[in-house]
Design a protein around this ligand. Structure first.
Ligand code: SF4
Ligand code: SF4
Length: 348
C-alpha cells in the first residue's frame, strides 16, 4: 500500500439543512475524540509526511467542541503534519470561530448554491450570507465557495457564479447533482450556461490575471484516471466504520448485505484496530480495479475505446449512485463529462 496522504473525518451525520441533492442519510451518529485519536494512532505509521485532513458531516460545525479537541490533539501529536479543510454550510460560523479556524490554518469550503439557494432556502439565507461576509472580511485567503446545481437549477448557474465573482469572492467552484438523471433539455441548458460562464471567466482573467473558477484550472491530470479509495486515503464515518473513501459509504454504507459492502468497507473501528494491514490490503486491491479504462456505459460501450479516455475522470462511487452498478457510467454522466471538459478548454 502507498502512504496515506488524505484522511476524512465525518464528524456526525447530523445536519441542520436538507439540501435536495445530498446523497447522505442523516441520523444521530457522532464521533467522539476517543474514536478520532484511536483512528489517528492506528494510521500514524502509514501516514505521508504531509497529509490532507478533511472535516465533514452532516454539518461539521454542529460538532464544534470535537473540532477544537481534534485540532488540539493534532497540535500536540502531529505538529505541522496535517493540512486541514472543513466543508460547511456556513450557518454556524461566527467571528470567534472564523478566528480560531484561521489560527489553525483550516481551509474552509463553504457550500453555497448562490441564486439556487436563494430560491429554495430563504430561511437560512441571512446566516449564510453573514458567514460569507465574515470570511471575506476576516479570512479572505482561507475559503472557497462550492455551488451545486441540479437539472432544475442549472439555468441559474452562470448568473449565480457571476454574482459571486462580482461580490469579490476569490475562489469558486461548481458541481453538478450526480444522483438524478439529466435529460436532453437539461444537458442543452448546461452547455449554454457553461458557454456563458467560460466567457465571463475569460473576461475576469484578462482583467485580473486570475482564473477564479477551480473547474477551469488545469489540474495537470494526465493518463488514465483511477480511484484511490483505500490506497492513499481513508475515511472514518460517524457510526465508527472505516472506508477507503467517504463516497463509498454514501453508496453502500446503509446496505451491509450488498455484495460490494465488504469490498470497500474496512470494518468497524475496533476490528480495524486489531488488523489494519489485511483490511488495507484488501480495500486497496478492490479499489485498484476501479480505473477509467475498466468503466462502461449502460449500453455496454467501453471507456477504453473512447477517444476521451485520457482526458476523462469519473468518480465510480458517484456514478454508481445513479447507475447502481460500480463501473457503469450513465449516458448523461458521459455527456456531462464532454460538456464540462469543452467548457474548461474554452475558458482560459
Ligand atoms: S474516485 Fe471517487 S470514490 Fe474514488 S477516491 Fe476519488 S472521490 Fe473517492
Ligand atoms: S467520456 Fe464517457 S465513454 Fe469517454 S471515457 Fe469518459 S465516461 Fe467513458
Amino acid at each position: 500500500m502507498r502512504e496515506i496522504s488524505s484522511l476524512t473525518l465525518v464528524l456526525s451525520d447530523r445536519c441542520n439543512f436538507a439540501c435536495p441533492y445530498c446523497p447522505q442519510r442523516h441520523g444521530t451518529n457522532a464521533l467522539s475524540i476517543r474514536d478520532v485519536t484511536t483512528f489517528l494512532e492506528i494510521v500514524k505509521p502509514r501516514l505521508a509526511r504531509q497529509v490532507s485532513l478533511g472535516f465533514y458531516g452532516g454539518e461539521p460545525l454542529l460538532s464544534w467542541r470535537l473540532i477544537e479537541e481534534i485540532l488540539a490533539h493534532a497540535d500536540s501529536h502531529f505538529r505541522d503534519r496535517f493540512h486541514f479543510t472543513l466543508t460547511t454550510n456556513g450557518s454556524l460560523l461566527t467571528g470567534p470561530r472564523v478566528a480560531f479556524l484561521k489560527k489553525h490554518r483550516v481551509e474552509l469550503v463553504l457550500s453555497y448554491d448562490g441564486l439556487a439557494q436563494r430560491a429554495r432556502d430563504a430561511g437560512h439565507l441571512a446566516a449564510v450570507e453573514k458567514a460569507l461576509a465574515l470570511l471575506q472580511e476576516r479570512y479572505p485567503g482561507g475559503y472557497r465557495i462550492h455551488s451545486v446545481f441540479t437539472p432544475g437549477t442549472v439555468p441559474l448557474l452562470a448568473s449565480s457564479i457571476a454574482a459571486l465573482l462580482e461580490q469579490g469572492h476569490p475562489r469558486l467552484q461548481y458541481a453538478l447533482d450526480a444522483c438524478v438523471p439529466w435529460k436532453a433539455a437539461d444537458l442543452k441548458a448546461l452547455e449554454e450556461q457553461l458557454r456563458r460562464l467560460a466567457a465571463r471567466c475569460r473576461a475576469h482573467r484578462q482583467k485580473t490575471g486570475r482564473v477564479p473558477l477551480e473547474n477551469f484550472k488545469d489540474n495537470g491530470q494526465q493518463g488514465t484516471f483511477a480511484c484511490f479509495a483505500g490506497r492513499d486515503r481513508l475515511a472514518l464515518l460517524p457510526e465508527r466504520t472505516i472506508w477507503g473513501c467517504a463516497l463509498f459509504h454514501d453508496l453502500l454504507g446503509h446496505d451491509p448485505a450488498h455484495p460490494d459492502y465488504a469490498k470497500y468497507c474496512l470494518g468497524r473501528l475496533d476490528e480495524f484496530a486489531s488488523k489494519p494491514g489485511p483490511a488495507l490490503a484488501s480495500a486497496a486491491r478492490h479499489a485498484g480495479t476501479l480505473h477509467q479504462d475498466f468503466f462502461f456505459s449502460e449500453k455496454g460501450d467501453l471507456c477504453s475505446l473512447c477517444d476521451d479516455l485520457e482526458r476523462c475522470a469519473v468518480c465510480p462511487a458517484t456514478a454508481a449512485l445513479a447507475s447502481r452498478t460500480l463501473g457503469m457510467i450513465p449516458s448523461w454522466t458521459c455527456r456531462i463529462r464532454k460538456i464540462t471538459r469543452a467548457a474548461a478548454t474554452a475558458a482560459p
